[in-house]
Design a protein around this ligand. Structure first.
Ligand code: UN1
Length: 496
C-alpha cells in the first residue's frame, strides 16, 4: 500500500479540499511510488496562512532560547532517524546513499546551529548623547513567511529556511517541491515531534504554478524565501514587485573550477569529478565549467574523461553506485538536448553523451557522465545552467585569462581554483566574482555556519544558512529602542 501523506494546517494533518492527490516516484525506478501527497488549491493555502497568522500571536513571544531548545531536540531526533531519512532522500530524489545521508546531516548541522542562535540573536547597546537615557537595538520576528524549496536537497534546503525562520519567532507556510514531498513531510513530522507548537509550521503540497504562485502572492504574508530555478525565481520577483514583501531567491549557477599549471593534477581531476558529477550535477553549486591552463590541458582532459567513464551509474540505494539518475523525464530530456547543442556548436564530446536504457536503467532516468572538451566561452553549454551530469572544459592561457573566462557569466554562486601557488590562489580569491570561492576544493560542499548564496543572476535578496549575513537577516528586523529615565523631557540634537 502506498502511504498517503497530508498537508499540515494549524497542527492538523489533512487532505486538500480538492480531494485529489499527486504521486511521488523514485527516479531510479519509476514503478516505485514513494508516497502520495495532496494536490492542494488556493483554499488550502488560505487556511494555512490564517493558521500561521493566528499562531504568530503567541509564538513571537516565546523566548528565543526556548524556541532554540525545540530545534536542539529536532537535531537529536534527526540523528536518531538519519538512516531512514537518508534512504528516503535517495529513494525519492535519486542521489546516492552517502549523499542522501549527507543531505540529512546538513539539516542536523543547521538544527544545532540555529538552536544556538536562540541564545544569541544579539543586538547592540550604545551610549546616548543625553544623561539618563539609553539606546539599544534588538532583533524581532517579522510575521508569516512562505517557504518554497527545490527537490535537489530535499531535507537540507527546507532546514535552511524552516529553522532560522522559526527560531526567529516567525510562522511559516511551507510549499516543498512536488518531486520530493515525502522527505519534506518527514522533516516537518520530526519538527512537530520535537515540540514546535501547532500553527507555527504549516505545510501545503502541490504544484509550483498553482500552490507556490498563489502562496507567494498572498496578501497576508510578510515574506518569501525561494530556492529553485532562475525562470521561476525571476517570475516571483516580478510578480511580487510592489507588494511590499521581503523576498529572497536563490537560483542558478554556472560554477567554474580553474586548474592552473602548478596544480596537483590528481587532486584537480578528483575535485572536478566530484564537483561535476556529485548529485548527478543537480546542485546549484555543481562545477559545470572547468577552465584549464593550456600547459596541462591535454593531460587534464585525458584524466577527467578516464575517471568519468569509470563512474558507476545506477540506483543510489545500491552499494557502490557512484552516480544516480536525473530527477525526472523532463530534466533528463533537457540535459540530452544540451548534449546535442554542445555537439552542434562544435564542442568535442570526449566521454558519455548518451541516455542509459539497457536492463535496470530502463526503469529510471539515467545519463552517462558527460565531458565536453574544447568548449569556448560563447557556447551555450558554457553559459547556460544544465543541471545534469555534463561538464565543459575550456582552455585558458594564464591566470588572468582563466579568471576573465570564469567571471564572464550571468551567474555568480561558487567558483574554485586548484593551484599550489599561494599568489595564484590569493589573486583568484580576490578577483573571482562569486558568493563562494574554494581553494583546492571543488565548487560544492558549503558548510552551514557561513552564509550561502551568490551574486549576479544567482541570487536576489538575502543569503541562506548561518553566520553574519546569513538567513537570520531575512527573518528578523532591527528595532531600535531609546529609553529616557531622566524624568524630564530631553531633546536630542537640541540639548545635552
Ligand atoms: C544546492 O546546490 O542547491 O554547497 C545546495 C553545497 C551543498 C548545498 C548545495 N552544501 O554543495
Amino acid at each position: 500500500m502506498t502511504k498517503a501523506y497530508k498537508n499540515l494546517i494549524g497542527g492538523v494533518w489533512k487532505d486538500s479540499v480538492s480531494g485529489k492527490v499527486r504521486e511521488s516516484i523514485n527516479p531510479a525506478d519509476t514503478s516505485d511510488v514513494v508516497g502520495t501527497v495532496p494536490d492542494s488549491t488556493s483554499t488550502d493555502v488560505d487556511e494555512a496562512v490564517s493558521a500561521a497568522r493566528a499562531a504568530y500571536k503567541s509564538w513571537r513571544l516565546v523566548p528565543a532560547p526556548k524556541r532554540g531548545e525545540i530545534l536542539y531536540r529536532a537535531a537529536e531526533l534527526l540523528i536518531k532517524n538519519k538512516d531512514e531519512l537518508g534512504r528516503l532522500a535517495t529513494r525519492e530524489m535519486g542521489k546516492i546513499l552517502p549523499e542522501g545521508l549527507g543531505d540529512v546531516q546538513e539539516a542536523i548541522d543547521m538544527a544545532y546551529f540555529m538552536a544556538g542562535e536562540g541564545r544569541r540573536l544579539e543586538g547592540q547597546t550604545v551610549p546616548s548623547e543625553l544623561v539618563g537615557k539609553d539606546c539599544k537595538s534588538v532583533r524581532e520576528p517579522i510575521g508569516v513567511f512562505a517557504l518554497i524549496t527545490p527537490w535537489n536537497f530535499p531535507t537540507a534546503i527546507p532546514s535552511w529556511k524552516l529553522l532560522p525562520a522559526i527560531v526567529s519567532g516567525n510562522c511559516v507556510v511551507f510549499k516543498p517541491s512536488s518531486d520530493t514531498p515525502v522527505c519534506a513531510t518527514r522533516l516537518v513530522e520530526i519538527l512537530m515531534e520535537a515540540g514546535v507548537p501547532e500553527g507555527v509550521i504549516n505545510m501545503v503540497h502541490g504544484s509550483g504554478s498553482i500552490v507556490g504562485a498563489y502562496l507567494a502572492g498572498h496578501h497576508d504574508i510578510e515574506g518569501i524565501s525561494f530556492t529553485g530555478s532562475s525562470a521561476v525565481g525571476e517570475e516571483l520577483v516580478k510578480s511580487c514587485a510592489g507588494l511590499d514583501k521581503e523576498i529572497s531567491c536563490e537560483m542558478g549557477g554556472k560554477n567554474p573550477i580553474i586548474v592552473m599549471d602548478d596544480a596537483r593534477l590528481d587532486l584537480a581531476i578528483e575535485g572536478a569529478l566530484w564537483g561535476a558529477f556529485g548529485t548527478t550535477g543537480q546542485r546549484c553549486t555543481a562545477a559545470s565549467r572547468i577552465i584549464v591552463h593550456e600547459k596541462v590541458y591535454d593531460r587534464f582532459i585525458e584524466g577527467l574523461a578516464k575517471a568519468a567513464s569509470k563512474l558507476k551509474v545506477g540506483d543510489g540505494l545500491k552499494d557502490g553506485t557512484e552516480m544516480g539518475p536525473l530527477i525526472h523525464k523532463i530534466q533528463m530530456q533537457k540535459v540530452l538536448e544540451y548534449i546535442e547543442i554542445g555537439k552542434k556548436q562544435g564542442a568535442r564530446l570526449i566521454t558519455g553523451g548518451r541516455q542509459l536504457t539497457e536492463g535496470d536503467y530502463a526503469k529510471g532516468f539515467f545519463i552517462e557522465p558527460t565531458v565536453f572538451a574544447d568548449v569556448t566561452p560563447d557556447m551555450r553549454i558554457a553559459r547556460e545552467e544544465i543541471f545534469g551530469p555534463v561538464v565543459s572544459v575550456i582552455k585558458a592561457k594564464d591566470l588572468t585569462d582563466a579568471i576573465n573566462i570564469a567571471n564572464d557569466s550571468d551567474y555568480g554562486l561558487s567558483a574554485a581554483i586548484f593551484s599550489q601557488d599561494v599568489n595564484n590562489c590569493a589573486t583568484a580569491e580576490r578577483d573571482l566574482e562569486t558568493g563562494i570561492v574554494y581553494i583546492n576544493a571543488p565548487t560544492i560542499g558549503a558548510e552551514i555556519q557561513l552564509p550561502f548564496g551568490g551574486i549576479k543572476k544567482t541570487g536576489t535578496g538575502h543569503k541562506e544558512a548561518g553566520g553574519r549575513g546569513g538567513a537570520l537577516d531575512m527573518f528578523l528586523h532591527w528595532k531600535v529602542i531609546y529609553r529616557d529615565f531622566s524624568g524630564k523631557l530631553q531633546k536630542a540634537q537640541i540639548e545635552g
